[in-house]
Design a protein around this ligand. Sequence first.
Ligand code: LLP
Length: 433
Amino acid sequence: MTVDTQSNPLPHLAGFSERGGKWYAEDVSLASLAEQYGTPLYIYSKRAITEAYQAYDRACVDAAGKRRARIHFAMKSNSNLAVLDCLRRLGAGFDLVSGGELARALAIGAEPSSLVFAGVGKSATEITAALKAGVKCINVESIPELHQINRIASQQGCRAPISLRVNPDVDAQTHPYISTGLKDNKFGIAYHEVLKTYREAALLSHIDVVGIDCHIGSQITSIAPYLDAVDKVLDLVVHLKKEGVVIHHLDLGGGLGISYGAETPPDITEFTNALLNHVAKRGFAHLDVVLEPGRSLVGNAGVLLTRVEYLKPGAEKNFCIVDAAMTELMRPALYEAYHAIVPIQTKELSHQTYDVVGPVCESGDWLGRDRALAIAEGDYLAILSAGAYGFVMSSNYNTRPRPAEIMVDGDKAYVIRDRENVSDLFAGERTLP
Ligand code: LLP
């Protein structure tokens, strides 16, 4: 992850740019959006999402025009209906991890056959809903869950298409909180138990084995750990074939990192080609490959706009207190994640070094540290690379209404989620008689 320093370069942003000292989302100035819709405010660029999707899609089709992989957007990274619908129209399927995400996917008219359902603790209600909807595959994360799915499918009088999520014990070299493929992580079925579990699954009355799955982590910036994981998963497919268990699809998860500043991850097409060529080289070109990217599709397609409330000089540090907080963007507080922060209008002021912090009553409530900014109270700042794991991880802590979300398409801006009202936040609460 990028370390928080002033000298980081800005990330490459397809949908946002600075022109003549002013920042724009496509052709709409961020200042006009801040004035019209208020702050804090999430803004996404449709063009940036489209270009990222198309970069994946280009690599998913081979030179002869044959599709060799499908993209199932990991909607946990950004589940706004407009974002999902934009990706659905481009041809994406979805990777879901809850009954709530299933409901969102169905609400935008996603084909159930384009949905894969993952997650380490699916409830009986969620499994029932997924089977009723007719999802393409349920990714199983434990042996008791496999039996639970079989039981529910039998009650429903249907068969459950499943894959097992393999824990390949590969180090993704990312932040420990978002590493998922090590043997001490809670995810997936231990590598040495996978073959045995497939044998068991093949004997269950209401289970159809259709695939195999793995996901080693998120914000991964090199290809090598993926190739290690692919090799380990393909070794299992070879064994399974010998035993008569046929695997139709290979789900390689998501995880490709983006540049928040200093990182230099492989680009989407290069990454996808490397992965798919490796699968083909090992003789598995006939398998349908499923990829579940989240961050690399939407991370750099969104910014969080915030207003400078107060500049507070201190003995040790200067604080820039803004109207966004860990409630809107949790990543710095949770992972010490770096997000570039820029004033949306350049000013002839001297630079000062600030910690950019929110108004929430926690010292962990910071958005950027030691940032050199030429700003005055009332100015607006854009926190960049906030399109993934931004709004979706927001909360109402301190009874703060969550912000509005806007999608820009060319010179048009659409409100894709209204700002919450304070009264909405306690509308479902009751005092005792
Ligand atoms: N598939 C599975 C099974 C996953 O667990 C995840 C992410 C993805 C796909 C998508 O990964 P991506 O392409 O977005 O890296 N909140 C953290 C990230 C958590 C990722 C969890 N799993 C953050 O803000 O960095």
